[in-house]
Design a protein around this ligand. Sequence first.
Ligand code: PYC
Length: 404
Amino acid sequence: MRDIFRTRRMWRRRGELKPRYDVVVIGGGSHGLATAYYLAKNHGITNVAVLEKSYIGSGAAGRNTTIIRANYRTPEGAEFYRSSVELYEHLSLDLDFNLLFSQQGHLTLAHSDRAMITMAERAEVNQLLGIDSRLVYNDETARLCPELNLSDDVTWPILGALYHPPGGIIRHDAVVWGLARGADRRGVEIHPYTEVTGIERSNGRVTGVKTTRGEIACDTVISATAGWSTLIGDMAGVPLPITTHILQAFVTEPLKPFLHVIIVSSQMHVYISQTDRGEFLIGAEIEPYTTYRGTSTFPFLEYSARHTLELFPQLESAKVLRQWTGLCDISPDYSPILGLTEVDGFLISCGWGTYGFKAAPIVGTTLAELVATGRTPQLIAPFTLERFYTDTLVSELAAAAVSH
Ligand code: PYC
């Protein structure tokens, strides 16, 4: 029995911390694990420890609404997320682990003339970059989602939508487990329940980290801690222009499958998909106040349910199964902050807002390349922390059309 259990482990049991690693990754979520995985796989850098203060995938990686898409507003953003979707398309094969990626298509509804213009602009930016996105009208929306309430007898009648066929949903816990297993098999050490309490520096460069399990020396520290990024940044003496907000979501009881496309309503700030288990997974915008509180609220449930029922009245008697919150790290231009900082050896992946999970593989490959070569890959050059000092922002405000 013991042997069976041992062979079924996804990754090795946590061992003692070594006194020294080449790279310490803070955060055992999708970005930290992806970076560790690609450091080992693409560059043979395996003397790596992933430190996670709780269980693996306990933060944003395990709390998001699993949407993968590339239909961003800016050329920089769209190209970056397109590369991520392409990596996600092959990730199950790469990790030899079924991530249940379902590219069922993504519809961002427009309820006003202004929203139609915005969707048309996004479609154009996307098409110029070869991303499959187009404006559709209600005849096509009805074909794509016959269950959607397209009548005029609602608060916000639907005029059209931005349709993005490669958009999809994926099992987020599978992504985390697959990356952790892949990194572990290549020699990376995964240390859950190991909290970083300080970052050591000397002469402007990182020399190690302090943890609740002792001190470790290292050359490179990568922070991939989402909502906690400002706290880790402060430990390294790198102030980050980030505020932390919560995002909430809930699922209904499992229902017979009938929704085969992701529905996002820009006006009603709600997004809806049906999971492989049949649950309706529903999320909304970030809460406007900053907080680290993980408490779910009733007003969120009330307005999201009300908006969902305008779109899908047939869910009227579906029961709510569970509700949760996650932390979102919001940057001033709603684009990520990625790569080098003014402290040598201290690298960051933060400022993702609600976009982080969909970027995991491309963050992993580009940060791993940066560590291995010392050069910032072109794809992430627009997203440096420096842009806030040089006034070269990349505004992705409203690119989710819903959450921020
Ligand atoms: O940007 O696709 C998105 C998204 C979904 C949920 C929150 N943001």
